[in-house]
Design a protein around this ligand. Structure first.
Ligand code: GLU
Length: 237
């Protein structure tokens, strides 16, 4: 087990939220950690093997960012190396992943045949390449993320930023936990409630195959058929 955190909002520096959140998820176990955030209209990635403190030493908190995703990894595919740490980027797609993709080997072969080059040994980088490839074809990230449920076998919680939509975070899950949390127009996503309690106690549980789309002042949640849905808001006491 391991963790995901995401933040999009105006009240905080994403780097503070991500590092705080990842520290709150340390109890879940991990071997490496990383963040991706938007700064100067660029998606920046920082990742390190070992404790979150190692990542914290490398992160430039002066990069004040309003959008970011973070990850603690428990290696399942590929050794504990910086290259295998998350976030992974392929083409325009940057993402973090908790879980295991059981059919990643065949998907990887297919994607390599189509010209994708992989820098890690992970199943996760295959998801990034798959989404990038489908996005080139369909030009609609929401639709593409929804299509992945019929292609990926296994478990996943994903948080995704696209180079084409640097003001938006998408997230989805299947058999790995995911919540969305709210503080007015600031939005958080996480594997578990402790990650966001410093900032808010209002949250909703995301069910399998639902998709979160958060952007400034707006959040949308879609069901498996891409219908917009409203979630019950829970209060953590
Ligand atoms: N299977 C992925 C990997 O080995 C994700 C592991 C995790 O859940 O942290 O990188």
């Amino acid at each position: 087990m391991c963790g995901i955190v995401g933040y999009l909002g105006k009240k905080n520096n994403a780097l503070d939220v991500l590092i705080d959140g990842l520290k709150s998820l340390e109890y879940r176990g991990y071997d490496s950690a990383g963040v991706a955030y938007v700064y100067n209209n660029e998606v920046k990635i920082q990742k390190e093997v070992g404790k979150i403190i190692e990542l914290e030493k490398m992160v430039n908190y002066n990069d004040f960012s309003n959008i970011g995703i973070g990850h603690t990894r428990w290696a399942t595919h590929g050794g504990v190396t910086k290259y295998n740490s998350h976030p992974h980027k392929s083409g325009k797609i940057t993402l973090v992943h908790n879980g295991i993709v059981e059919n990643y080997e065949q998907l990887k072969i297919d994607l390599e045949e189509q010209g994708y080059v992989f820098v890690s040994e992970t199943d996760t980088e295959v998801i990034a390449a798959l989404i990038d490839k489908l996005y080139k074809e369909f030009n609609n990230l929401l639709k593409v993320i929804n299509m992945c449920k019929d292609i990926l076998i296994g478990s996943y919680a994903l948080a995704i930023i696209s180079d084409d939509e640097k003001d938006t975070i998408y997230a989805t899950r299947k058999d790995s936990p995911l919540i969305i949390a709210y503080d007015e127009n600031d939005y958080y996503i996480a594997s578990d409630v402790p990650a966001i309690l410093k900032y808010t106690n209002k949250y909703s549980l995301i069910e399998n195959n639902e998709i979160i789309k958060i952007s400034f002042d707006k959040h949308e949640i879609y069901d498996i058929n891409l219908n917009k849905i409203t979630k019950e808001i829970l209060i953590f006491e």
